[in-house]
Design a protein around this ligand. Structure first.
Ligand code: SAM
Length: 227
């Protein structure tokens, strides 16, 4: 079997050839953050398959192409304050932390509703080194309400499917900010790119169809049955 590092390089090359990875920063982040730290031990040999994998508690780590595409769509920059809703394994948060940490004022706040996953994510993120760890804060709670305490944010990324764009997230986005969020029903969602103009006006554009686990909470789905 190829080493994890070699598998990671091959995956990144493939995502570049497919036109999913476009920017230097996203390429660097995907090459620098080891996905094998974020998948359960018995699935480690599949860490570089371009597919979602189970992480326990009925949840998943998103496929690498989805992480790359969402990060590109987010147009995240060094120094940004980013909110991620749906920490899961912590992989997407670590990718974002790699980029924002290139300027000292950058930070990633990531919120997860299932405490067990949040604690595990924190440990996974710590495996990526002090720098990534220092630029990331993991919070347990209902991220459909956003995270008022550290708002406003330059960027917001939601990695669970919402029935509509939660109002608190729009309010917590800075003017000039961008949010990426899957919106739709159980089996069909569209990745939406929501931009808040400097005049406060909201413009929404559809990216690609996608399938995520549900955003469960006050401004998401009330429970799994409803999804
Ligand atoms: N970004 C993650 C990663 O890199 O591994 C994958 C996220 S997984 C597809 C979606 C996550 O959203 C799950 O861990 C789920 O528990 C979480 N979630 C669902 N509703 C939530 C809510 N209201 N607030 C916070 N997290 C939520």
């Amino acid at each position: 079997m190829l080493s994890f590092e070699k598998q990671r390089r091959e995956l990144v090359e493939m995502l570049k050839e497919e036109g999913i990875i476009k920017s230097q920063l996203v390429e660097e982040a995907m090459l620098s953050i080891p996905r094998e730290h974020f998948v359960p031990p018995h699935l480690r040999e599949h860490a570089y398959s371009d597919t979602p994998l189970p992480i326990g508690c009925g949840q998943t780590i998103s496929a690498p192409h989805m992480v790359a595409l969402m990060t590109e769509e987010l147009r995240v920059e060094p120094g940004h304050r980013v909110l991620e809703v749906g920490t899961g394994s912590g992989y997407q948060a670590a990718i974002l932390a790699y980029i924002v940490s290139k300027k000292p004022q950058g930070h990633v706040f990531t919120i997860e509703r299932i405490p067990e996953l949040a604690y595990r994510a924190l440990r996974n993120i710590a495996k990526c080194g002090q720098n990534i760890r220092r630029f990331t804060t993991v919070v347990v709670g209902d991220g459909s309400r956003g995270l008022e305490e550290f708002a406003p944010y330059d960027r917001i990324i939601v990695t669970a499917a919402a029935p509509s764009v939660p109002r608190p997230l729009i309010e917590q986005l800075k003017p000039g900010g961008i949010m990426v969020i899957p919106v739709g029903s159980r089996w069909s969602q569209i990745l939406q790119i929501v931009e808040k103009g400097y005049d406060g006006r909201i413009r929404t554009r559809n990216s690609i169809p996608c399938i995520f686990v549900p955003l469960i909470g006050e401004y998401g789905w009330r429970q799994y049955d409803e999804f």
